[in-house]
Design a protein around this ligand. Sequence first.
Ligand SMILES: Cc1ncc(COP(=O)(O)O)c(C=O)c1O
Length: 403
Amino acid sequence: MNMMSFESNRARSIKSSPSMAVSMAAKSMRAKGEHVVDLSLGEPDFDTPDFIVEAAIAAMRGGKTRYTAPDGMEELRSAIVAKFKRENGLDYAMDEISIGNGAKQILFNAFLGTLEPGDEVIVPAPYWVSYTDIVILHGGIPKIVACGVEDDFKLTPERLEQAITDKTRWFLLNSPSNPTGAIYTHDELTALGNVLDRHPQVSVMSDEIYEHIVCADVPFTSFAIACPQLRDRTLIINGVSKAYAMTGWRLGYAAGPKSLTKVLNKMQSQSTTCPSSISQIAAAAALNGPQEFVTSAVAEYKARGALVARGFSAIPGLEVRAPEGAFYLFPKCEPYIGRSTASGTRIANDTDLAAYLLTEGKVATVPGAAFGIEPYIRLSFATSRDNLSLAIERIGTALAKLG
Ligand SMILES: Cc1ncc(COP(=O)(O)O)c(C=O)c1O
C-alpha cells in the first residue's frame, strides 16, 4: 500500500540544513551526559549588547508592537542608509533598501522574485550551505564552481567567464566567506566585475554579512565599492546577526536599485508581511549606536582565529589556510580519507570523518560535502578559547588513531 506523502516535489528537491543536523546530534549526545565541544554552528557565542536589548524593551513598552510596512519602519531604513554611507561610503536612497527576517529571507525574496525556471545562478564552492537549496527551491539551477584551498578558496575572473551562459541570471558572492574565511581584495572584486561588464544578463548578489569580522590584514571591500559601474544590477545583502550577536532576532537587509528592492518588498509583503517590529527597532539601535561591542568581539575572534590556525596546522595531514575573516576554519583533510577506525570502519569521505570526530573525538564539525566541496571539515571558532584548545587536542588524538 502506498503511504501518502505530504512532501511536494519542490520540497523533496532540497535538504534540511546540514549544519543544524550536526548540531542536533551534538545536543542529543550532550543530553545523554557526554561532553561534546560544538564547533558546528555559525553564530556568535556572545549575548546581544545590553543597549540593543534595552531599545527593544522600550519599543515594546512604547507600543511599537504592530505590523510595519513590508520595507520596514522609517527609523530602521534610515539607520541602514546611514550605515551604508558611514561604513561603506555607499549612497542608497530609502526606497533602495529592503529588509527581511534575516539575510536568509532576503535571499528567499530575491530568488523568489527574480528567477524563472531554468535560470542559472553561479555559486563558487565552498558556499554557505543554504545558497544552493534556496536557488533550487525557487526553480533556479546552481552552477557550482569549485574553488579549493589551492585556489585560496576564491573564484578567478577566467573561471567566472567560463561559468557564464545565456541563462545566467545571478552571480552569488560571499566575502568574508562562510565556510572558508576568505576575503576578496578590492582588485579581485574589480577583476570579477570587469567580466560581468561584458554580460549584462548577469546580476550580482553580494552577501556581506561578515563584513565586520575581519581577522587578518586584508581590509573588507564591498562589491558595490569595487564595481560602481554595476550598481544597477548589484544587490548588497547584510544583516545584524553576526556583527551584533543578534541571530535570534531575525533581521537582515539589502540595498540595490529601486526596481529590484521593489520586487523584494512585494515578496516580503506576501510572506511574513514584515520582520518583527521589535527586532526592527533593536536593529536600528545596533546600527546607530556605539560600535565598541563589534570592536571587542572582533578582537576576540582574531585571537581565536590565530589559535585554531596554529593548532590545526600542527596536526599532520590537515591543510590549513588561516582565515582572513568570519569565524570559520576550513582545513582540507585528504590524507584521512580511506583510513580505518580502530573498530575497522572505513572513512570513505568527509561526512564519515565528521561523524567519526563526533563519536570518537566528541567534537561537532560540519563536513565539506555540506558546502559543496570535499574533503574538508568546517570548524566554527565562535566559542571560547578553552573549548577551542580542547577541540584541537581531541581532534588531533582522534585523527592519530586512524589506521
Ligand atoms: C554567509 C551567510 N549568509 C547569510 C546568513 C544568514 O544570516 P541571517 O541570520 O541574517 O539569516 C548566514 C548565517 O549563517 C551566513 O553564514
